[in-house]
Design a protein around this ligand. Structure first.
Ligand code: ADP
Ligand code: MG
Length: 328
């Protein structure tokens, strides 16, 4: 188990992490999600032992993770951290860059292992290319191959797919994460892209301004988000005053509704006029404005004519799960 206990950290007196705690069981996958600047990268560096927390500590399998002041080579040896800023040898081939991460004792298997790793990240053709000639996304893929070369106990990934084109990303993510699961590697991924982590994570830690907003399974965070910040990790979310739904009194409560959850009716519901259609491949995201002036996004299989009057309904089963306090 990885135990992270009450981590507090400041860069030059500026509090960056405030009381972060969680436990992660062996072989599980935790996603750290939060907006840019929320402290994700800093937290990974503390877990890995590159930065010393002002307060709090981390343990891996009962052993305290020592900070940079206690180690000759910073970084916990049973872990690997893949940084946002990559660290490849530019004048050396992809093959050599990966080989330097393999054990010197099993040299006879190196070629086979490197081929296997290049397969996982779909970089077979580039084995003999110098890394300075690679694109940002290709470099990122080599860094991922390096990180799993020696099968660390814990892998920490910082925005691992941020430079990889959409075209390849989906396949690569599936391949890479299922390889880690197969090998039983405990994983923490920091990302602000829900698609990077939500389908693969067992737990999600949501942070904002260095503080824990929520920690739960992706499903629970989606179904019953405590606030809009959490809900918006899943994509666009509407936050509307509850009195837009008839039968609910005006008060200090809002309701969070994802665009795909509205049901259209021909004569009852929230009345809104279509103002724009956005094509998303499988559906349209339709922008509308209610009679009271609230912008509401909903999905529909087809585009709708501008100015069409629609009646939007929120399923009753959602109302109780999605009420949040209005922020003042
Ligand atoms: P994230 O990875 O979620 O984008 P970071 O952990 O990189 O967030 O940064 C958290 C906060 O700490 C930000 O406000 C950032 O500007 C600040 N910060 C990050 N690195 C440093 C540093 N080396 N020195 C001073 N401030 C930093
Ligand atoms: Mg970061």
């Amino acid at each position: 188990m990885l135990e992270v206990l009450n981590i507090n950290f400041s860069y030059d007196k500026k509090p960056t992490l405030k009381g972060i705690s969680f436990n992660l069981e062996d072989r599980k996958h935790l996603a750290i999600m939060g907006e840019s600047g929320s402290g994700k990268s800093t937290l990974l560096k503390i877990i890995y032992g590159l930065l010393a927390p002002d307060k709090g500590e981390c343990y891996w399998r009962g052993k305290k993770i020592l900070g940079p002041n206690f180690q000759l080579i910073p970084g916990e040896s049973s872990m690997k951290l893949v940084f946002q800023e990559l660290n490849l040898m530019p004048h050396t081939t992809v093959f050599e860059n990966i080989r330097k991460n393999l054990s010197v004792f099993e040299q006879e298997n190196h070629t086979e292992r490197i081929e296997e790793l290049l397969n996982i990240v779909e970089m077979q053709e580039f084995a003999h290319t110098k890394t300075k000639y690679l694109s940002g996304g290709q470099k990122q893929r080599i860094a991922l191959a390096q990180a799993i070369a020696q099968e660390p106990e814990v892998l920490l990934l910082d925005e691992p797919f941020s430079n990889i084109d959409q075209f390849l990303k989906n396949k690569l993510r599936l391949q890479f994460f299922s390889n880690l699961k197969e090998k039983g590697i405990t994983l923490i991924t920091a990302s602000h892209d829900p698609e990077d982590v939500i389908p693969f994570a067992d737990q999600v830690l949501v942070i904002k301004n260095g503080q824990t907003v929520a920690i739960d399974t992706p499903k629970m965070l989606f179904d019953k988000p405590k606030n809009r910040y959490t809900a918006s990790l899943f994509g666009y979310v509407n936050e509307l005053p509850i009195d837009l739904l008839s039968a609910y009194d005006p008060n200090d409560t809002n309701i969070l509704i994802y665009p795909h959850e509205f049901q259209l009716s021909s004569d009852e519901g929230i009345q809104a006029f279509v103002v724009n259609n956005h094509f998303y491949g499988g559906h349209y995201l339709i922008e509308s404005v209610s009679k009271k002036g609230h912008t509401i996004y909903f999905t529909n299989p087809n585009a709708l004519k501008i100015h069409t009057l629609v009646f939007l309904n929120v399923p009753l089963s959602l109302v109780n799960k999605r009420m949040v306090q209005k922020e003042v």
